[in-house]
Every structure is written in structure tokens, then in C-alpha cells.
Ligand binder design. Sequence first.
Ligand code: PRP
Ligand code: ZN
Ligand code: MG
Length: 225
Amino acid sequence: MKARDRLRIAIQKSGRLADPARELLARIGLSFRESRDRLFCYGESLPIDLLLVRDDDIPGLIAEGTCDLGIVGRNVLAEQAENRRAAGQAEAYRELRTLGFGSCRLSIAVPQDDAGQPASALAGKRIATSYPGLLEAWLRERAIDAEVVLLSGSVEIAPRLGKAEAICDLVSTGGTLAANQLVESEIVFESEAVLAGPPDGFGDERAGLAALFLRRLDGVLRVRD
Ligand code: PRP
Ligand code: ZN
Ligand code: MG
């Protein structure tokens, strides 16, 4: 692969992690010139650029080497790692730091009338989710034979539509569940924002840049604790 002398970091373009990620980078001392399309930000203070993308695309961008580092929810990383494992693909990214924001959990939730039942009551039911890898691993570990229904969004309305008896989705404030008369019953996975990078380091000037970035990041994170 061609030697590169600038580091490229992928962050969420819009959504829960977008603003805190930008704030963190500013505190590290990075400043950027934004392009007209606002998808690429050129690093001015250091040769570190930003790519603004959908969070779900971040692990793949790191895996293929388009981006060097990424700020993403551990849930997205773990889901795609699970899918890679299932497809027999090698590990393609690694969690380098936890960042102390964006905490949430991937939970199973059921309609209010079914609240209070044990996990085993999910057997034979349909569970709608955008996280089939993590959910199936959780079900497998507990030997619960449920059907996983894949939905890419608006998972919380699946029970009302008669598409599933339960859902498995991210819960942060709990507002979405409450608005849909659903009750959290099981925590499948705990998540927060993390810095992700390739499993092995970089073989060119990016190695020094990544080390500098991590040093500065650690300084900022230490102050936060
Ligand atoms: C998650 C999840 C719920 C909502 C829960 O979606 O899918 O819709 O957040 O948050 P709450 O408990 O605070 O109501 P998110 O906004 O992360 O977007 P995405 O599903 O499109 O990635
Ligand atoms: Zn998303
Ligand atoms: Mg959502």
C-alpha cells in the first residue's frame, strides 16, 4: 500500500456521537478547514484530517484502510466484528481507547403486558433488531431459541406492526421505549464511544502521528477523570 503522511480519522457526521467527538478533537488541539460538502475536513494544526460519515460505515472504512482511526460506538464495532467472525474473516480493527461519552446499552424490550417474564420466555418469539450478530450471540450463550428479525431502523414499532413480539435496540435515556410502551427486560451489551484503529499499527509516517494523537488524547482523558 502507498505510504501516507497524513492521518485520517472517521467520525459520525450527525447523530449522538457527532458533537462530543468534534469537541474532543478540539480539546486535543486539532483544528480543521471544512470542505464545501462538509464530508472532509482538512487538518490545519496537524496533518490529521477528518472524514464525516455514517457511524455504521466506520468499522468498514478502517478495515479497508480508507480511514486510519475512527470514533464510534462499541456496539457498532462489536456487531460488525461478530459478523466478520461469522463469515470467517480476520479481525480488522481494535478498540484503542474508551472515550467517556455516548454510553448506552443494547437491550431487549417487550410490550408492557409481557414485562417481568424471564429471558427463557423469549423462546419461540420473534425479536426485531438492527444488531443480529450481538443478539444471536447472546441468545446462543443462553440456549434461547428465538427468531431474529432484521430491521435497519424504527425497530421500536415492530411489535405494534405485528412483525415481532420483542425488540433489541439501543437504549440511552429510555425515552424511545417509553414512547412506544415498551419495557426493557434484558441488557445484551453495554456500549460507549471508543477510538478504533487497525489491529496492527502503521508502517509509515502515520505511526508517529497516531502516537502523538494518542498521547494528546490520554492527556485530555486524564483531566476528565
Ligand atoms: C437509538 C435507538 C433508539 C434511540 C434510543 O437510535 O435506535 O431509537 O437511540 O434512545 P433513547 O433511549 O434516548 O430514546 P440512534 O439515535 O442512535 O440512531 P440510529 O438507530 O439511527 O443509529
Ligand atoms: Zn447508526
Ligand atoms: Mg434509532
